[in-house]
Design a protein around this ligand. Structure first.
Ligand SMILES: *[C@@H]1O[C@H](CO)[C@@H](O)[C@H](O)[C@H]1NC(C)=O
Ligand SMILES: *[C@@H]1O[C@H](CO)[C@@H](O)[C@H](O)[C@H]1NC(C)=O
Ligand SMILES: *[C@@H]1O[C@H](CO)[C@@H](O)[C@H](O)[C@H]1NC(C)=O
Ligand SMILES: *[C@@H]1O[C@H](CO)[C@@H](O)[C@H](O)[C@H]1NC(C)=O
Ligand SMILES: *[C@@H]1O[C@H](CO)[C@@H](O)[C@H](O)[C@H]1NC(C)=O
Ligand SMILES: *[C@@H]1O[C@H](CO)[C@@H](O)[C@H](O)[C@H]1NC(C)=O
Ligand SMILES: *[C@@H]1O[C@H](CO)[C@@H](O)[C@H](O)[C@H]1NC(C)=O
Ligand SMILES: *[C@@H]1O[C@H](CO)[C@@H](O)[C@H](O)[C@H]1NC(C)=O
Ligand SMILES: *[C@@H]1O[C@H](CO)[C@@H](O)[C@H](O)[C@H]1NC(C)=O
Length: 799
């Protein structure tokens, strides 16, 4: 049973074969055993060097095998030092290497033509040797070398090996894949030894390390230098014309320890351009048991962030200790999250900027300290720091700006060789990030299943409540205690942000101290301020007072739909309470009052930019209700009193979701008309018809109010033409006198005209002319053009 196990069997075969080859090698100690013409090789046999420290043959790479030379280490660990045709795909275990009768080394695979790996460059080969230096050599019949692997190094030179002037080492792709990677080290014909990212074009600014051994200071006459690794681990630049050492790298590299280089027969030196682009010198020390210990001796760089292109385009390197990592700039995502070295791309479409009349509306600014990158700015200006970030938003060519010492430099994408570094002058980089309302949709999507679970739990819980409520009134008190315990224990275990709490009536009664502090009385009931006992969070409790004919179950479904809405520009529902006839909703408390306070009552109304932002906030909140929430919701009561401002002065729509709930027969005009009529669409007043278009009308009125900072109907005005805001605005617009509408000087007339046009489209008496919410948002953002609006009043020919 033990021997029938297939993996064990194959491992034994490997060992058997290996020992046979080793025994064959040992027959003539340290006498290179010749590979004769007509010999062939398949995995796992190999042609070892006399000392068995090196071998030539197939080694495992990826899912197959590659042909190369390796250093044999402990546990049969191998260090690959050379690979034939490194960029060819791996071959299968069926592939064979044949040293043909005509002196060529060819690779035969099942599929595809045979490939010549080596053939005599200076006459036909008659035998081959895997030399103890790690060099695989083809000899002619006069024992002259006709081909050797040392002439075409890949990523490594071994002791005794030369990297000739004009040649290069190229790093491997990764530890397990020796095909050509991302960096190269060039022994340039000007005498300089230089590291560059391979796909960079090798300009001086792409170089991240060099010996500086070219030019007037060192090599004015342009002699050719070679890089030579000598037998004692000296890495030297050697003058080709007189073989003199002109530069010793060892004196200039970072040493990793106190291990002295020595002339020990048991040590093999190896210098490799590693996967990460750093050129390193290693020693492999052998003892009697043919095992090796590997030591890192020297390296060209210590900090990976010094390597250009260590992090790909549009990403930056930061080092914590000896570890370096790559991160995307704000507004960018990794091209491939499982390979963070490949760089990042912008996570929004730059075309939006070109389509938008006012790109500043689309983006926010994000910043990073002490950033540097290699590119040249296309514009450098003297401006203050705030203006520097903003100047990028309005410029579609701008990918990022760098602010240093009053200089604001603009850069195009892609950004190369980014890193955080210790700078002499503090530097701040600014980036565009897309407005968060897009991001939110994704969040909602991912929370949808969570919400589903939540509503199932909630649903079953409410059923339980129903059973309790219909139970005998006599035992009600008794049961109530248990019920309350149950409620308090309902911890749905979700992140605070998405948890909907179930409150008991008594809990809310005590939170509001017996519904004492009434904040206001809306169409659907009174609103009270309260404080939750745990955490001391301030809340708003809305007690629905209309009696509903509908079944409780349907009512609950509606309440849950309201509670499930979640958007930056909607006031959040924290919890609900339904006990018999008592129906209450608990909201977050908005510290900064309503939009009405802000634009009608405040001594100094918000500046133009702020007003534009608020208008967009409101529009985005309404877009969510109309088109993006799970249940499409008509608000029916959009007015500045229902738009609340949070701590950050973000506008949030409140009081949504009750129209359908409390006016099931769609005749809510009487309910909502109290003090609201200025915002009601004409068709509603006439026919009590509710549709999404009625909300758009109300929004239009609000937009115009935000623009002008006055109520839509204002009696206290200089001329009667000004009483009705929408007609006054249209008159000013038609007459080209928009400046009459605004009092402050900071107004940007381009955005003013756009706001006015959008507002006028929304307040069209003909509902079919009003735009959809999506288009309202796109027009406000400046992403699509706003056509010239007609007069909002249905055209009646006046003689
Ligand atoms: C063998 O190679 C692996 C991976 O390179 C390394 O982690 C391990 O330490 C090596 N084993 C020995 C004995 O050198
Ligand atoms: C073969 O190896 C020996 C000992 O390492 C070395 O002296 C000799 O130069 C090598 N020959 C070739 C052609 O690399
Ligand atoms: C070497 O090969 C050449 C041609 O292939 C032949 O003329 C010559 O006699 C051979 N020399 C020896 C020493 O075998
Ligand atoms: C190898 O190079 C080093 C540094 O140039 C030098 O000190 C040493 O003598 C050289 N070794 C041999 C054997 O030439
Ligand atoms: C290289 O060798 C040439 C010829 O011997 C000599 O003239 C030149 O100065 C050498 N260059 C350097 C940098 O040592
Ligand atoms: C290295 O090997 C050579 C030849 O086998 C021998 O002469 C020399 O003494 C050895 N050196 C050391 C340090 O073992
Ligand atoms: C991302 O990188 C991983 C690992 O390098 C690779 O397997 C995967 O195919 C890559 N994904 C894409 C989409 O390129
Ligand atoms: C900046 O310098 C400090 C102290 O020299 C060092 O601890 C820190 O790692 C450096 N930061 C970077 C990003 O190089
Ligand atoms: C940026 O660099 C300055 C100067 O070196 C330093 O004082 C500051 O702490 C750095 N800031 C960050 C965020 O690394």
């Amino acid at each position: 049973m033990f021997f029938s196990s297939p993996p064990m069997a194959s491992i034994s075969i490997v060992f058997l074969v290996l020992s046979i080859t080793f025994v064959a090698g040992r027959a003539q100690p340290n006498e290179p055993s010749r590979v004769r013409l007509g010999t062939s090789l398949t995995y796992p046999t190999s042609w070892p060097s006399p000392s068995h420290r090196f071998a030539f043959g197939f080694y495992p790479q990826g899912s197959g095998f590659a042909v190369g030379i390796w250093l044999v280490g402990m546990d049969n660990n191998i260090t690959v030092v050379w690979t034939a045709n490194r960029d060819d795909p791996p071959v299968t275990s069926k592939a064979s290497l044949d040293f043909t009768k005509d002196g060529k080394l060819v690779l035969r695979t099942e599929q595809g033509p045979e490939q010549v790996i080596a053939s005599g460059a200076k006459g036909p080969a008659s035998y081959a040797v895997m030399n103890d230096s790690g060099n695989f050599v083809l000899y002619k019949n006069d024992s002259k070398i006709t081909w050797q692997s040392f002439d075409s190094p890949t990523d490594t030179i071994l002791q005794g090996q030369t990297l000739l002037a004009g040649a290069e080492l190229a790093s491997s792709l990764n530890e397990g894949d020796h095909s050509t990677g991302r960096f190269h080290l060039r022994m340039q014909t000007d005498g300089n030894l230089v590291s560059y990212p391979r796909n960079s074009g090798d300009a001086a600014s792409d170089a991240y390390w060099n010996t500086g051994t070219s030019g007037s200071g060192f090599n004015p006459n342009g002699f050719l230098f070679d890089l030579y690794l000598n037998s004692t681990g000296g890495l030297n630049l050697v003058n080709q014309s007189n073989s003199a050492t002109v530069y010793t790298l060892n004196d200039h590299l970072f040493s990793s320890g106190d291990i002295n280089l020595d002339n020990n027969n048991n040590t093999i030196y190896r210098a490799t351009l590693d996967v990460d682009g750093i050129f390193r010198l290693y020693s492999h020390t052998y003892n009697e048991n043919r095992n090796d210990r590997v030591h890192l001796l020297l390296s060209t760089l210590e900090n990976s962030c010094d390597i250009h292109d260590f992090c790909g385009l549009n990403s930056y390197c930061s080092a914590i200790g000896s570890k370096a990592g790559c991160s995307c700039y704000p507004g960018f995502d990794f091209i491939n999250t499982s390979n963070k070295f490949l760089g990042c791309h912008q996570n929004f479409n730059e075309d939006d900027c070109r389509r938008s009349e006012d790109p500043e509306m689309l983006y926010n600014v994000a910043s990073l300290e002490n950033m540097s990158w290699a590119d040249r700015p296309y514009s450098v200006k003297l401006i203050e720091e705030r203006g520097c970030g903003k100047s990028c938003l309005v410029d579609c060519n701008c990918g990022a700006v760098l602010y240093t010492d009053t200089y604001c430099s603009k850069y195009k994408l892609p950004l190369r060789y980014g890193r955080i570094r210790n700078v002499t002058k503090p530097t701040t980089a600014f980036f565009k990030v897309y407005h968060p309302h897009q991001v939110h949709e994704v969040l909602i999507e991912s929370k949808r299943s969570l919400i589903l679970i939540l509503s199932i739990i909630l649903g079953s819980f409410l059923c339980l409540c129903l059973v309790l409520a219909t139970s005998s009134i006599l035992v009600y008190r008794h049961k109530f205690d248990r019920y309350r315990k149950l409620t308090e224990n309902v911890n749905l275990g979700l992140a605070e942000e998405f948890t909907l709490r179930l409150f008991s009536y008594s809990e809310l009664e005590s939170a509001t101290e017996g519904f004492q502090e009434e904040l206001g009385r809306g169409s659907y009931g009174a609103v009270y301020k309260g404080t939750i006992s745990e955490g001391g969070k301030t809340i708003v409790v809305k007690r629905l007072e209309k009696h509903v004919e509908e079944g409780d179950r349907e009512f609950r479904a509606e309440i849950i739909a309201i509670a499930r809405t979640h958007h930056k520009n909607l006031v959040r529902v924290l919890g609900i309470c339904i006990e018999g006839n008592r129906k209450l909703l608990v909201y977050e408390y908005m510290n900064n009052g309503s939009l009405a306070d802000l634009i009608f009552k405040a001594e100094r109304p918000p500046i133009w930019k702020e007003r534009i932002r608020i208008a967009l906030d409101v529009a985005r909140g309404l877009l969510y209700l109309h088109e993006e929430s799970e249940v499409r919701i008509i608000h029916c009561n959009i007015k500045p009193q229902n738009i609340l401002m949070d701590d950050n002065w973000t506008a949030k729509i409140s009081d949504f979701g009750f129209a359908k709930l409390l006016m099931p027969n769609q005749s809510g005009a009487t309910t909502a008309a109290e003090g609201t009529s200025a915002y009601l669409a004409p068709e509603w007043e006439k026919n009590s018809l509710i549709s999404f278009q009625t909300d758009i009308y109300s929004l239009g009125v609000v937009l115009l109010e935000i623009v002008c900072c006055r109520r839509s109907i204002e009696v206290n005005v200089s001329t009667t033409d000004e009483i009705i805001l929408s007609s006054w605005v249209y008159d000013c617009f038609a007459a080209g006198e928009l400046d009459k509408l605004v009092k402050d000087e900071t107004v940007d007339f381009r955005t003013l005209e756009r706001m006015v046009k959008v507002g006028l489209w929304c307040v069209q008496e003909d509902p079919t002319l009003r735009p959809s919410m999506k288009n309202v948002v796109l027009m406000l953002e400046g992403t699509i053009n706003v056509p010239i609006p007609p007069s909002p009043v249905l055209s009646i020919v006046v003689s």
